[in-house]
Write a protein that binds this ligand. Structure first.
Ligand SMILES: *Cc1c(COP(=O)(O)O)cnc(C)c1O
Length: 438
């Protein structure tokens, strides 16, 4: 498979180069030159396949011969080695629980796949590879965990100071070794901007082998298709495909679902469930894409004012709004509604969604009310305990800490504070270069 840049100024590259670069030299996102089509027998008989086989079938056309088959099979099985159950909440609504991985959020899937691919590729690179990543909360922990102690790789995570939950902050600041956290006095968009500036700074990239682990990286984006097919495998009424509601921020997750659908996975309709950051709901209403500064909400991992993967969504639909609107609806859900939803779902069905999942639930409920006769599921993108600061006061009770979290909460935080100023980031990266060369 070849990948072209959506800015169309840089040459197309194979999977290895797209994964290592993250972003094309012209700053465009990489996009596959052709969209593979699933075999009908694969979709019709999906129950007959194991999770590992499903994942391998989905990803192998995208990887091509960049990774040996036996290694790719090992990588996908390590990527999906935790439960991803579809859980029924009520008559019409189920949830796909994506939080059973090591950092309790769906980003474990993409991060585990990507870190293993880069670990595989870094053996043929003599320099240290520096993974530079901005996080709105969950990416940091997933990437840190995925790359922890991977030889030949250093990780630098930028996160907005005071705007991630306490569990998230612990997960990305307590590992040490090859993982470093920079606490930025600014928003997630500021962090993302700093990362982009670093990639564009040739005086830096000539000295440091930089790569990105944000959801723009094809090695994070593409494996997110896996669990949509796991859901299809568990979907009972195959004659009435699901409406799928995806809590969305940077739009990587939903773009992977749309890709699986374009490849032939049956889906009734997609819903991009957003919080107050409503650039996409506005776009679908007015046809005008107007990025805005992000506003802080209780579903902080979706506080994105200019979602970077949305250009890929448009490309999937050949930049045509009509066909896109046939498949995709988007709602904006306020913090007040989100809290109300957490309370209602918990008291009515005994199910406790996290704030992101609650946005997904609310948007799905609204769509199903407007389109009776359908059923669907929302993606539960994180475990509610990651956001206990928000959830516990809403339900007036405590959420027991899973072992994975209890361990990190006592560890000391290690981070370096910087202002949202590119020169400060650059100085930190050059310092890192000196340290790893010593
Ligand atoms: C990252 C994240 C999202 C948003 O996913 P995108 O792929 O950026 O749209 C939603 N929920 C949680 C819990 C997340 O961590």
């Amino acid at each position: 498979m070849q990948y072209y840049s959506l800015n169309r100024q840089s040459p197309a590259v194979g999977f290895k180069e797209a994964a290592i670069r993250g972003q094309a030299p012209d700053k465009g996102l990489y996009f596959p030159e052709s969209i593979p089509v699933f075999e009908k027998s694969f979709i019709d008989n999906i129950e007959a396949f194991s999770k590992e086989e499903i994942a391998f079938n989905v990803i192998s056309p995208y990887v091509g011969d960049a990774i040996r088959e036996a290694d790719l099979r090992r990588i996908v099985s390590e990527t999906v080695n935790f439960d991803i159950p579809l859980v029924r909440i009520n008559e019409n609504i189920s949830t796909l629980e994506l939080f059973h991985g090591p950092t309790l959020a769906f980003k474990d899937v993409g991060a585990r796949f990507m870190s293993r691919c880069l670990g595989y590729f870094s053996k043929s690179i003599s320099e240290k590879v520096v993974v530079l990543v901005a996080t709105s909360g969950d990416t940091g922990g997933a990437v840190a965990h995925g790359f922890y102690d991977v030889p030949g790789v250093e990780v630098v995570i930028l996160y907005p100071s005071g705007k991630v939950s306490s569990v998230q902050e612990k997960q990305l600041t307590t590992l040490g070794k090859n993982i470093r956290a920079l606490e930025v006095n600014g928003s997630f968009d500021d962090c993302q901007k700093l990362v982009k500036q670093a990639f564009a700074d040739t005086s830096l990239t000539e000295q440091l082998f930089l790569t990105s682990a944000n959801s723009i990286n094809v090695a994070r984006w593409l494996p997110q298709q896996f669990y949509y097919l796991f859901a299809w495998q568990q979907w009972v009424d195959k004659s009435n495909p699901p409406v799928i509601s995806v809590p969305s921020g940077n739009f990587g997750n939903i773009c992977a679902g749309l890709l699986a659908h374009v490849s032939g996975m049956p889906v009734q309709h997609f819903i991009a469930a957003c919080n107050a950051n409503a650039v996409v709901p506005e776009f679908l209403k007015t046809g005008e894409y107007q990025p805005k500064p992000a506003v802080a909400t209780i579903s902080n991992a979706m506080d994105v004012g200019d979602p970077s993967n949305f250009v890929r969504v448009l490309e999937l639909f050949n930049q045509e709004l009509g066909p896109l609107k046939n498949v995709l609806t988007s709602y904006s859900v306020s913090d007040v509604e989100t809290k109300k939803t957490i309370r209602e779902v918990y008291s009515s069905y005994g199910y406790l969604p996290d704030p992101h999942g609650a946005v997904g639930y609310k948007a799905l409920q609204q769509y199903l009310q407007e389109h009776p006769g359908n059923k669907g599921f929302f993606l539960e993108t994180a475990h509610p305990v990651k956001f206990y600061d928000v959830v516990e006061p809403v339900i007036h009770s405590n959420i027991p800490l899973p072992d994975a979290v209890r361990g990190v909460m006592h560890l000391p935080k290690h981070s370096v504070q910087i202002d949202k100023n590119y020169e400060e980031l650059k100085a930190q990266l050059l310092l890192l270069k000196q340290e790893v060369e010593r």
